[in-house]
Design a protein around this ligand. Structure first.
Ligand code: ADP
Length: 353
């Protein structure tokens, strides 16, 4: 194992500490996280409920600031995880999708480490799945393949892959709009199948409305995971268990109710949890989508983090984080409105060093 020294950035004095970090030992490596930039060249607006201000233009300034921060780090992160919704759906209405995406990608071009892009609902408001597959938001070329384990190779039917930024630590990027009516050709069988699933759970004329639903996550702006993708996830986690790896999962849409507004969960979040809970290796699950942020450790010791969205972050604050990985835990050092979080590995499951 590599024992490269990674410096932990200074604690932000302005917010509470999660307890003493492992200053006595050096982190093995670090990675950056950022969510819901939702850039658009528009005046500020509000969320659907009218309760939260959205800073469409300033979100790009926030993104550039985060990138400058990671570039200036004494020990740069191994990679950055962009959790989806990088440009806002309003761009499509103003015929500005490509221009907005270009500005965001120009910013990422200046990042000195690889970025992994998840896809959210706003990607699909702007672009078709085919367009995204051909775009620079498709970072599947950064995947790692496991020799002699073809069952761990993802299918082309969904946008998901895994990679190893540091030995024994596997990251899995999931496609939470694998089952969705967004970004899918309306004449396709898949669209019909997904529309049927959605309508079976949501009788509202407005399919974005959760009003009266027993399972409020069945709205159009969410999506889910196909059985094919879940079977693949199960295979990768089986490999990671067998090889005593630690796993970080990334998805635009969250899957754990205690960490998220129930309206924002993945359609079949229970199926994803069932797969994850049948394995030992998963340390944490990072999602965006809610903008509010949230955290909960589930009964199986998996830490669910919903990152605060850049779009609802005031110009005088920030919203991103760097996760420092130790042999026995991961430590999220948040900036601005992202709080620090300590994610201990499951009891007796520290990484053998
Ligand atoms: N309660 C609701 N009833 C009807 N439509 C809704 C409701 N909440 C959101 N929407 C619609 O769903 C879409 C996504 O909502 P929004 O909150 O803007 O999502 P995001 O947080 O991803 O930006 C928008 O078109 C919005 O108007």
């Amino acid at each position: 194992m590599r024992t490269e020294k990674v410096r932990v950035e200074a604690m932000d004095d302005a917010k509470p500490s999660p307890g003493p970090p492992s200053e006595t030992s050096e982190p093995l490596f670090s990675f950056g996280v950022i969510a819901d930039v939702q850039y658009a060249d528009l005046e500020d607006g509000y969320n659907f409920q009218g309760s939260r201000r959205r800073h469409y233009r300033h979100s790009l300034v926030h993104l550039r600031g985060a990138i400058e921060h990671w570039n200036a780090a004494g020990s740069p992160p191994r990679c950055v995880l962009q959790l989806g919704d990088v440009i806002d759906g309003y761009n499509a209405q103003h015929d500005a999708s490509e221009e907005a995406l270009g500005l965001v990608l120009d910013a990422f071009q200046t990042l000195s480490v690889p970025v992994h892009h998840a896809w959210g609902n706003h990607e699909f408001y702007n672009f078709s799945r085919d367009y995204l597959t051909r775009s620079k938001l498709n970072t599947k070329f950064l995947e790692d393949r496991i020799v002699r384990h073809p069952e761990t190779v993802p299918s082309e039917n969904y946008y998901a892959y895994h990679f190893v930024p540091f030995p024994q630590f596997r990251f899995i990027l999931l496609d939470a709009y694998d089952l969705s009516v967004l970004g899918v050709d309306e004449s396709s069988a898949k669209y019909q199948q997904c529309l049927e699933i959605l309508k079976a759970h949501n009788p509202n004329a407005e399919l974005n409305s959760p009003e009266g639903l027993v399972e409020p996550q069945y709205v159009q702006f969410n999506g889910g995971f196909s059985q094919e993708q879940l079977n693949w996830l199960n295979e990768v986690l089986t490999f990671s268990d067998t090889n005593q790896e630690k796993v970080v999962i990334v998805s635009h849409v969250p899957i754990y109710p205690e960490a998220s507004d129930s309206v924002c969960l993945a359609w079949n979040y229970r199926d994803a949890l069932a797969v994850i809970w049948s394995h030992e290796c998963v340390v944490c699950f990072f999602a965006g989508h809610t903008h509010d942020g949230g955290y909960s450790e589930d009964p199986c010791g998996v830490h669910h983090i919903n990152l605060e969205g850049v779009i609802e972050t005031a110009p005088d604050s920030q919203a991103f984080g760097t996760v420092y990985v130790y042999p026995d835990k991961m430590l999220l050092k948040g900036r601005g409105r992202v709080p620090d979080r300590t994610m201990n590995y499951k009891a007796g499951n520290a990484f053998p060093v």
